[in-house]
Design a protein around this ligand. Structure first.
Ligand SMILES: [Zn+2]
Length: 177
């Protein structure tokens, strides 16, 4: 996985692209939580316990089905965010599914069984520029941890923020007379 912090780059970039009027702060916050939620399956490893198969890290929480369930949360919150039900659903489902998509771009770990329970086939992108991050928190503060963070700045944050800011600029250019 990329570090858990880098997954929030997706909802932040999407908010830049769409504008704060369309994505209120509570919707952004919920999207950030949805983008990191799949990695809560790694909590057991923090305590030295190893589960297996789809119950282990990069298991059922890294699937399209889990993202669709997360979409239902967005459906419930759409009214509060003053957006359409479809927008609320899509926001949470896409923020959540961006997580396994980013994981598929990493240089290690297991592939993503995105279609489980329909299929247990695990997918990786043919191009994997993101260095896989340590799962155990204590390993973040090491030479390898720093290499991972600097790699993520280049491969995730920089391109996503550039994309988000470009869309932001385009929206404002179009608006101006
Ligand atoms: Zn993950």
């Amino acid at each position: 996985m990329p570090t858990i912090f880098s997954h929030i780059a997706v909802p932040i970039a999407a908010t830049l692209a769409l504008g704060m009027r369309r994505v209120p702060p509570s919707m952004l916050l919920a999207g950030m939580l949805a983008s990191i939620a799949p990695d809560f399956d790694g909590i057991t490893r923090q305590f030295g316990s190893h589960l297996h198969g789809m119950w282990d890290h990069r298991g059922y929480t890294h699937t399209l089905g889990f993202a669709l369930l997360m979409g239902l949360v967005g459906l419930g919150l759409a009214k509060h965010w003053k957006v359409s039900c479809l927008a609320g659903f899509a926001w949470m489902a896409l923020c959540c599914f961006s997580h396994p998509l980013l994981d598929m771009l990493t240089s290690g770990g297991s592939g993503i069984a995105a279609l489980w329970p329909l299929s247990e086939q695990r997918f990786f992108s043919p191009w994997r520029p993101i260095k896989v991050s340590p799962i155990v928190a204590s390993q973040f503060f090491s030479q390898r941890g720093w290499q991972v963070v600097s790699n993520e700045l280049l491969t995730i944050w920089l391109p996503l923020m550039a994309l988000g800011l470009s869309c932001f600029a385009l929206r404002h250019i179009r608006k101006s007379p």
